[in-house]
Design a protein around this ligand. Structure first.
Ligand code: BDP
Length: 658
């Protein structure tokens, strides 16, 4: 065993840690036919039937359940001011920084480091950087397993506890769960050091490149249109669970007249019997069952409805010799989601999606999660009459989904598969269809695909029990017109279908080059999502009349293609400066943003198969610097500090009526 590596069986060697989802993945990613192998492996390790007609209980090595404190479980927040240090020469490993950092500054957790600084070099830093904190491990009487749970570590990280490597993870938008029982000392303070890296490449998600500046510094070049914020963006928890514990559960719903069946499946790591209880909002027990799979019958069920959420709480208990061994309680909502012809059905009723593509983005904290910002966002969305948002272009912090469950919001949950076009201005190229590369032909593809499959797996594992999540978006604006793209995405879609216990609709956001005639991937989607910028990137300003023609023309062609599925606009928008007015309008003014929207509404209202409109973007957000962006992307309906632009009132007027 290499020095510094933790002893003890509960621990995976760090090199295997990124294989959490499917052990052995690293060894096969070089080979072709990854998916077949992966699905086979998944089937092999599938422990039990999920209790549903479709979907496999995902075997992540460590539990993705959101941490909670109860009589058997401990949850201690490690959020606060941590020590921080950049490592531009990547010498931290050699100098053993894992044993403790020197020359540090303070850095808030959660938060992105970038906008905390007042100098550009620090803000735009690219490379390795380190965080350190301490935590006290309580000396609990009962034998427990101890974990650290990071909501995310962007983009890749190695975690050390008392100098011992306890885990590593690739991908910056999903939880990292690290076992520390073998490395941390009970009844003592323990040192936690994390090495992070924020470089982008074409083998991991999201895609981008690193450019070497003349002064020797690295500069990150995203192939996407949002600032490459990095750091510890989400809360960090010290968690303890009993040795025999609940690792995962999933639910699936069936409506029978006024009643509902909640099919459930529970995964534990032990042999003691499982009990499941369901309580209503008042805490009254409405159904109970025994066994790790089964169904709960709820008489006169209160359904979880759009903007009118009803949440039950499900409690899972492991009992042994009359005693409680472990328990886990979470709120769930009874509802079904289905696509039928060109309609999206929630509880059997058609629903029209109104809302936004968003970002996790705010002044100073960057992509760091903040309850206040999230609350304000929900209030603004509700005020404007919205019922839906897409987590463009990555899965958000857990707490967003908890709030959406509570508020009755519909969420299209997106993997960080963005920037798959090898272009520094992908967003503009995508709008006009001018630039084009066969991304999926490159030698980097096998590794990229493995990362993509892993992100899909981790996202579905984490978010599958949220009633708010109605669909999975598996890409944003990749090339989809080559046979390579088809082959690539066929596997991604097949895999996602295999994983979701609820069999939710799958989709992905298509840019303009993915035309009705050329797109090879739209038929993989249960509903088609279009990102379109007629009147902005195409024929803007005085040419808007041409934009109108071209927009109708494209929609007529989609109608002709006859896919017979719902279409949702996941992006349409115009950059608008919050202070700019002009009569008659010119591009970038408030007046133009409103006129642009009228054009879009005219198109949306003409076709029955259009079943949703998610404006780009909810709020102005930070992007890389360039001639296309004025201190960020200004397509927000709200400013970056969440005040309405003129167009917000127009949206409210429209959406309140739909
Ligand atoms: C689309 C991208 C989105 C961009 C948007 C824009 O999906 O990330 O921010 O264009 O240009 O192509 O505003």
């Amino acid at each position: 065993m290499r020095k510094g590596r933790q002893k003890g069986v509960s621990l995976l060697p760090a090199t295997l840690f990124c294989d959490l989802c499917v052990p052995g993945l690293n060894s096969i990613i070089e080979e072709k036919g990854i998916l077949n192998r992966k699905v086979k492996i998944l089937r092999k390790i599938k422990s039990r039937e999920s209790g549903g007609k479709r979907g496999t209980q995902i075997m992540l090595k460590f539990s993705e359940l959101y941490p909670q404190a109860n009589e058997k479980r401990l949850r201690i927040s490690l959020d606060g001011a941590w020590k921080f240090r950049f490592d531009p020469e990547a010498k931290g490993g050699k100098e053993q920084w894992q044993n403790g950092l020197s020359d540090t500054i303070l850095m808030p957790v959660p938060g992105s480091f970038a906008d905390m600084f007042t100098d550009a070099h620090s803000r735009d830093y690219c490379g390795d950087f380190w965080y350190e904190t301490e935590f006290f491990l309580p000396d609990e009487a009962e034998e427990k397993e101890y974990f650290l749970r990071f909501g995310s570590l962007t983009h890749r990280a190695v975690v050390y506890c008392n100098g011992i490597e306890v885990g590593s993870h690739e991908g910056g938008f999903l939880p990292v769960v690290v076992p520390i029982s073998g490395a941390a000392k009970k009844g003592e303070r323990n040192r936690l050091v994390i090495k992070l890296n924020n470089e982008l490449n074409e083998e991991s998600l999201p895609c981008g490149a690193v450019h070497q500046l003349k002064d020797g510094r690295k500069l990150v070049k995203p192939y996407f249109d949002f600032y490459n914020y990095a750091g510890i963006h989400r809360s960090v928890y010290l968690v303890s669970v009993p040795k025999e514990s609940i690792e995962d559960y999933s639910v699936r719903y069936e409506l029978e007249g006024d009643d509902a069946l909640v099919h459930y499946s529970v995964r534990t790591n032990g042999t003691h019997p499982v009990k499941v209880e369901l309580r209503d909002k008042e805490g009254v027990l409405v159904a109970e069952a025994e066994g790790s799979t089964g169904a709960l019958r709820v008489k006169n069920a209160h359904l979880w409805k759009v903007r009118n959420a009803y949440l039950y709480s499900i409690s899972i208990l492991i009992m042994g010799e009359g005693k409680l061994i472990d328990s886990y309680t979470e709120e769930i909502g009874i509802r079904t989601v289905k696509i039928e012809g060109t309609k999206i059905l929630l509880n059997g009723e058609p629903v029209y999606l109104k809302g936004y593509g968003k970002h996790e983005d705010f002044e100073v904290i960057g992509r760091g999660f903040n309850w206040g910002v999230a609350k304000r966002d929900f209030e603004c969305m509700k005020w404007s009459g919205a019922n839906c948002f897409r987590t463009s272009h990555y899965p958000y912090a857990d707490e967003w989904y908890q709030m959406a469950d509570e508020e009755g919001f519909l969420v299209i949950d997106e993997v960080p598969a963005v920037g798959m076009m090898r272009s520094m201005s992908n967003f503009a190229a995508a709008g006009s269809g001018s630039k084009y590369t066969y991304f999926f032909e490159a030698p980097t593809v096998p590794k990229l695909k493995a990362a993509h499959l892993q992100a899909v797996e981790e996202m579905i594992a984490r978010d599958k029990n949220h009633p708010s999540v109605i669909a999975w978006s598996l890409f944003n604006e990749p090339e989809t017109i080559s046979e390579y793209a088809r082959e690539y995405f066929k596997d991604i879609f097949d895999y996602a279908r295999e994983l979701d216990p609820e069999g939710r609709p799958l989709t992905g956001a298509l840019e303009k080059t993915s035309s009705p005639e050329k797109c090879q991937c739209c038929d993989l989607c249960d509903f088609v999502c279009l990102n379109r910028y007629y009147g902005w990137y195409i024929s803007g300003g005085p040419e808007i009349v041409d934009a109108r023609e071209a927009f109708f023309d494209e929609m007529d062609r989609w109608e002709k293609r006859g896919l017979n599925v719902p279409f949702v606009f996941t992006e349409f928008g115009a950059d608008t400066l919050g202070m700019e007015h002009k009569l008659p309008s010119v591009m970038w003014t408030q007046e133009y943003q409103s006129e642009y929207m009228e054009l879009c509404f005219e198109v949306f209202d003409r076709y029955d198969f259009i079943q949703g409109e998610l404006v780009w973007n909810f709020a102005d957000f930070q992007a890389s610097e360039g001639i296309m962006r004025v201190n960020g992307n200004k397509k927000g309906v709200f400013t970056r500090i969440r005040q309405p632009k003129d167009v917000a009132y127009r949206l409210k007027e429209r959406w309140d009526k739909i």
